[in-house]
Design a protein around this ligand. Structure first.
Ligand code: ZN
Ligand code: ZN
Length: 414
């Protein structure tokens, strides 16, 4: 006779210890094979294999996106999204399952890769929730559309899936659910109505002047001086044009020009990252950037610079009614103090577009995956995108899966 120990995913969802162990092992497999945005080929194949083994119909969408259709008779249609990409970071966690993988960046250079944002926890939580639902068909009815979304870190993935006809092939859901691991205690969540992240835009500005010898400035149109003036003047958008109580960020993150001190170069190039809370402020700030860049070029007597988009993150906006519904469900599953009222940050996420594109509400929450010891004596664990970012494997699987099932069963539960 064999006996299995039950593990509580939530106050009312129990699974055998083997179920958790199997998914922790699966998590470590994904952790060892992070792939860069929109080239998550092996990841997509592994997800497809798993869905197929569970008997879940699936298809590709947006290149390396995978959609699973888990059906169980008549009932609500709910979408659940897990993003799948890793980052160009050299992992420094020292874990025995740390990544040693590499990937090729868009510019052709090779870089070490890491699941430094924890998207591997999202993949496995969605797969584990799917497995639970396939083996507990009495407990629910309806359709769960599983969205394994590539390219979150570059904001291309959700759009790629939608543009590839996602919602022509998958049934229209009542709500799109999504979650993200965060450096918080296990069993804690961050969820609020309204903005969960900021809109974000990244632009590249190429300033073209006229090259000349460093000793002959009169023969040049100096792009460095012009671009430097642009960068300084851009600082006045947030301080002088946006209302004081409105959050906005304009950061110039790169600036490259020239090869040698005695050559005035032909071009200078810089990139700008913009964070805004809504479409009106976005339009205002982006228009101000264009105006300043062009006016400073005119002041320097050079042509209008080329401005190109690097990426554009849509809003991530939680519908108030659905956010309240998921909050109540999480509090029932994880305790009355489990949902934390954290302030909105200036991070960005493209999950919202999966619902916004078809006018379907979205609920996005973050979940903690760290033991209490990680916070002892005022310590705080490394944050997402740090080379030391290391959610606890078992706590991530248990809490990610528990939260996914809690929210899904709130809608499709029998
Ligand atoms: Zn990230
Ligand atoms: Zn992320």
């Amino acid at each position: 006779m064999t006996s299995t120990t039950a593990v509580a995913l939530t106050a009312n969802i129990y699974v055998p210890a083997e179920f958790v162990a199997e998914h922790v092992a699966l998590y470590k497999e994904f952790h060892r094979m992070p792939e860069l945005s929109s080239i998550e080929h092996r990841t997509a194949e592994a997800i497809e294999a798993r869905l197929t083994a569970l008997g879940i119909d699936n298809f590709r969408s947006g290149g390396t996106g995978v959609v699973g259709l888990l059906t169980n008779g008549e009932g609500p249609v709910i979408a659940f999204r897990a993003d799948t990409d890793g980052l160009p970071i050299a992992e420094a966690t020292g874990l025995d399952y740390a990544s040693e993988a590499t990937g090729v960046l868009p510019d052709g250079t090779e870089a070490p890769t890491m699941h430094g944002c924890g998207h591997d926890t999202h993949i496995v939580s969605a797969l584990a929730a799917a497995e639970y639902l396939t083996t507990h068909r009495d407990s629910w009815r309806g359709t769960v559309v599983l969205l394994f979304q590539p390219g979150e870190e570059t904001a291309y993935g959700a759009k790629a899936m939608v543009d590839d006809g996602l919602w022509e092939r998958a049934p229209r859901p009542e709500v799109v659910l999504a979650q993200h691991v965060m450096p918080e205690r296990a069993g804690k969540f961050w969820l609020r109505a309204g903005n969960m992240a900021s809109l974000a835009d990244s632009w590249r500005v190429t300033v073209r002047g006229r090259q000349a010898h460093g000793s002959q400035p009169e023969a040049s149109l100096d792009p460095i001086v012009a671009a430097a003036a642009m960068v300084l003047r851009l600082q006045t958008i947030v301080s002088r044009e946006v209302a004081p109580m409105t959050p906005a960020v304009v950061t110039v993150g790169t600036f490259h020009a020239g090869k040698k001190e005695n050559i005035i170069p032909e071009t200078a190039e810089f990139s700008i990252n913009v964070r805004t809370p809504d479409e009106d402020v976005r339009a205002q700030v982006l228009a101000a950037i264009r105006r300043i860049v062009n006016a400073e070029a005119a002041a320097s007597g050079i042509d209008e610079p080329t401005i190109s988009e690097i990426n554009r993150f849509p809003r991530l906006f939680n519908d108030a009614d659905h956010a309240a519904r998921v909050t109540t469900a999480l509090e029932a599953g994880f305790g009355p103090e489990s949902v934390l009222p954290l302030p909105v940050g200036m991070g960005s996420e493209d999950a919202g577009w999966l619902g916004d594109a078809i006018g379907v509400p979205v609920v996005f929450w973050a979940f903690g995956a760290y033991p209490d010891e990680a916070f002892a004596d005022g310590a705080s664990p490394a944050k997402n995108h740090s080379p030391q970012f290391a959610p606890d494997a078992e706590l991530a699987v248990v809490n990610g899966t528990g939260a996914a099932l809690t929210a899904l069963l709130e809608y499709v539960g029998a």
